[in-house]
Design a protein. Sequence first.
Length: 237
Amino acid sequence: MPEISRSYLQDQVYQLIRRRIVGHTYGPGHRLSEAGLARELGVSRMPVRDALRRLQLEGLVEGAPGRGLVVSPISVTHARDVYRLRELLEAVAAELAAERATPADLDRLEAAVTAQERAARSGTAGKVLRASMEFHDALHLSAHSSIISLVLEQIWVHARRYRELTLGKSERHVAVAEEHRALLEAIRRRDPDGAKGIIQDHVRGAYQVVAEQLAANGDLPEGEEAVAAAPLRARSG
């Protein structure tokens, strides 16, 4: 049973349940009862109730008739919506980063992509994912836009659920690190258009991997096969 300190209890309970949903410890459709979670975490029902309310607002938890609260489902249609929003917002973030990144921002991006390259060569999936997330976090910070960072955090919590499904795709690890390196170099060159194009292609490639994985897992409801087969969209302009 995880030990949760009494200070910041509500936020700790929220963060723990959120991590378990994102990491598929609690998979889609998993029932989340206040009493059961309170027993599991060794806390009262009040912080659990608060956490579930917050998770509903984020779209990670939903009500199910006759079952109470459950972990929200995943689907190709939902993934497509998530990745289209991610593409739009990260394109803006990349453009702004190319215009606004400071030397400290560039150092953070360099450290993250170097760690990712090292992890990709070693084939350590967990380290690859952590370094990749650090790179995207550094990218968002480099845009120096609080509203973009806030909205991207809301989008990324859903994107991470899908990324967790593709951790075994080791053949993508080196390619993703190379794409991040190319993006960093475009930001260094102060090339907003180049940075935008690289991140758009990167996100579209990530979506295709997710769609293929959902299809391979047999997680496509009837009618979603055509959605999975379609590319996110061709780059315009």
